[in-house]
Design a protein around this ligand. Sequence first.
Ligand SMILES: Nc1ncnc2c1ncn2[C@@H]1O[C@H](COP(=O)(O)OP(=O)(O)OP(=O)(O)O)[C@@H](O)[C@H]1O
Ligand SMILES: [Mg+2]
Length: 359
Amino acid sequence: MSAKSVKLENVTKQFTDDEGKVMTAVKEVSLHIEKGEFATLLGPSGCGKTTTLRMIAGFEELSNGAIMFGEDNVQNIPANKRDCTMVFQSYALFPHMSVYENICYGLKLKKLSKSEIEKRVTPIMDIMNLHVNKNRMPNQLSGGQQQRVALARALVMEPGVLLFDEPLSNLDAKLRITMRDEIRRIQKELGITAIYVTHDQSEAMSLSDRIVVMNEGRIEQVGPPMEIYQKPKTKFVSDFIGTANFLGGVVDKKDSDRLFVKTKQTTIEVLQKDADTFHEGQSVSVVVRPEAINLSKEGTESAKVLKSVFMGQIQEYELDFNGIQLYAVVADPGGKEVYYDGDSVNLTFSQRSLHVVPA
Ligand SMILES: Nc1ncnc2c1ncn2[C@@H]1O[C@H](COP(=O)(O)OP(=O)(O)OP(=O)(O)O)[C@@H](O)[C@H]1O
Ligand SMILES: [Mg+2]
């Protein structure tokens, strides 16, 4: 198996409907996925994830731009000749073939000998724990087992690039986590380049080396999960990844790595590496993560507890902060003072969980 890098340069896709109306599903997307990297396209329904993946696979032609596998432009290579395979949400197994036959299918098409096929299939079936089910038909398998067969069938092709379109969304919550871990383990073990599509943020966070956040056909931000969470570039990204409170305000003062934002409630100091990209007087929002809010009897910013819920590992609070509702989460409530509905509290904000985005 030799993993390949994938490069998208200014990729655009337009569809024309029956009445001749043009809609742009993917807009000037540029992206470089490294060899052996696990990249996830994440975004709301209709933002262009599947369309992007289908163009990489060769199922959809580009309206503009280029896609490269390694150094090669794949424009003139049809889907079945491209060095990639796709795993679908629906598994798409052949119902009249056994597990073993399903897994071998692509290799038979490639005219590999019986012994060569066995040499490739056996270790993958080991990894995927499929030997006992070898002779069963797909309809005799659970959803998780079927998805494992679909994954094995893709892996035996030893593709340079492995594509996934929401492969786990038909599985129940627990199995989804098991399969997710399995996909990540195998991808790492075999060093495969993987491009994974989902609209589930926890799936994206747990699987990816980098997340590509998409919105309305465009890339909003690309980065490792923690960076996307801690340093979102836009309001959309901060809201889509994790939970965010927003305090609207204007930049009152700034220096090279700090912004002072004047909000209706208070002036907040935020450490921010890209402070340069903002100007004084600019309208902004301070992203306040729920875990950034500390409640106490000391401090200067007063708020009222609207709702307090004990959840075991955390205490959840809904707060009224001078007319703005904030959602706060305090870990290990057993070891801390807990406040209840109607209590007056004071707030402080942990600086490292604050971030400023354009309004
Ligand atoms: N063959 C097509 N003809 C016309 N419009 C299309 C076609 N395929 C996709 N679209 C449109 O392009 C946009 C992007 O669709 P796409 O399937 O890529 O979204 P997605 O991000 O995968 O969404 P979901 O999370 O719901 O799967 C949508 O508005 C969709 O209606
Ligand atoms: Mg889709």
